[in-house]
Design a protein around this ligand. Sequence first.
Ligand SMILES: Cc1cc2nc3c(=O)[nH]c(=O)nc-3n(C[C@H](O)[C@H](O)[C@H](O)COP(=O)(O)OP(=O)(O)OC[C@H]3O[C@@H](n4cnc5c(N)ncnc54)[C@H](O)[C@@H]3O)c2cc1C
Length: 495
Amino acid sequence: MANNNLAHLDVLLVGAGIMSSTLAVMLKELDPSLSLEIVEQMEDGALESSNPWNNAGTGHAGLCELNYTPQAADGSIDIKKAININAMFEESKQFWAHLVETGTFGDPDSFIHHVPHLSFVQGKDSIAFLKKRAELLKEHHAFEKIEFTTDKSLMAQWIPLMMAERKDDEEIAATCISNGTDVNFGALTRQLLAYLDQQDTSTLSYNSKVVDLQRCAQGWQVAIKDLKSGTRRTVTAKFVFLGAGGAALPLLQKSGIPEGKGYGGFPVSGQWLRCDNPAVVEQHQAKVYSLAAVGSPPMSVPHLDTRVIDGKKSLLFGPYAGFTTKFLKKGSFLDLPMSVRLGNIWPMLAVGRDNMDLTRYLISEVRQSMEQRLDSLRRFYPQLDPADWKLEIAGQRVQIIKKDEKKGGVLQFGTELVSSADGSLAALLGASPGASVTVSIMLDLLKRCFPEQSNSAQWTEKLAAIFPAPLKELETNAELYRSTQERSDKLLNLR
Ligand SMILES: Cc1cc2nc3c(=O)[nH]c(=O)nc-3n(C[C@H](O)[C@H](O)[C@H](O)COP(=O)(O)OP(=O)(O)OC[C@H]3O[C@@H](n4cnc5c(N)ncnc54)[C@H](O)[C@@H]3O)c2cc1C
């Protein structure tokens, strides 16, 4: 059983979200003898961004997200990012399939469901873009089943809720790939944590906050405050992972590693419209992504999603972005001001100066009335009844601000793994594509922070057994891709 008295650990992980829990289980699979502790300030795991109601639960695989296939000024479309994210999601599926196969996980229905992924656009230019994009994607094995249509009767079969009583003269088009997914990242996290809780040398400490960390002879000395009793304890660990979601940045700053200098955070809050009325929910079995308004950031792409949470179906529409100074949903308004340092003030000011459009966009989003929010939804679902929809608060995203030689500072919308040169500490910053690509992020972390073990025969053999198809192969080897996907889908009940 879990042992709460370990003073020296191999690995200490901050935060019990999808990132830390995935890394912890991966390490245990590779070396069961490792002693590790997950320290979480909340009373349970997956209560921040990994909670199913705080994120959209899209298994991001590049099947429907139009911002993964940007169009250049000359009209060309770059599909590299969609291919890469698709391969990363298949890598995640291999890991989950392995855990189902070995009995670590229970029923995969508790966390993953098959939901078709569609892209939906309005207007001539957007239709031309969608058609060209589909033609390009179709040439790649990951997207060979993509269907493009302007035929409204076919769209009425794919997305009946969205097509009912639409104007006849409206110019619309859609693409559909049937093998998309909805993932309950909260349920997934909890399955991972439950497995860790059964291990002799794993400890899960809730209501416990990491308040300080410093280098020491053994690696890192970490101060942990028990939030119930107010007492403090100290543990040492050879390796520390800062999987604290939005709060990873302040901890990275506390660590003082030179690789963390110059980073800042730009928090963006979110809201959804949610519908639980079964009569409405039953008419929509899809995740439908559209184009973000011109000039708005990628996280503002509107989508109407089927969600399957704890066996119940709902619809979610949004997100509507907003500005906040908190780094976590349950964080403090002082998070942003307290993160300002001499090393990041210039990049932060430069981002403020160069992103006035984003600031204006966020202010306009915050000031929207419920009627304006419903109007955005009407683009997707013209016949909506306002009584069916309620506003919910989504999770926080802390976008990365980093130094840039030319501009002084830039705002980044992806995720970034920052690690110390000696590999003894790593932090995950940023939010997108997020939970879907956790497994690929952690495989990268293993190479950077555990280089010797990664090259050992023991780890190489185990990794090859868990991941029969590595990332690059998934991108380029059509036959291997198809057989791997078929195997994962079978184990995950996705067909
Ligand atoms: C609105 C929104 C929509 C999203 N949609 C999707 C999607 O559709 N698909 C997708 O794949 N991803 C999506 N994401 C991203 C995804 O939710 C995140 O990438 C992922 O959940 C991050 O996991 P995490 O473990 O890093 O962080 P979290 O789940 O936030 O966990 C971090 C934990 O660290 C704890 N913590 C913080 N500081 C301390 C401390 N000092 N001591 C102890 N504990 C601490 C927190 O309490 C928290 O529990 C979305 C995110 C948002 C906000």
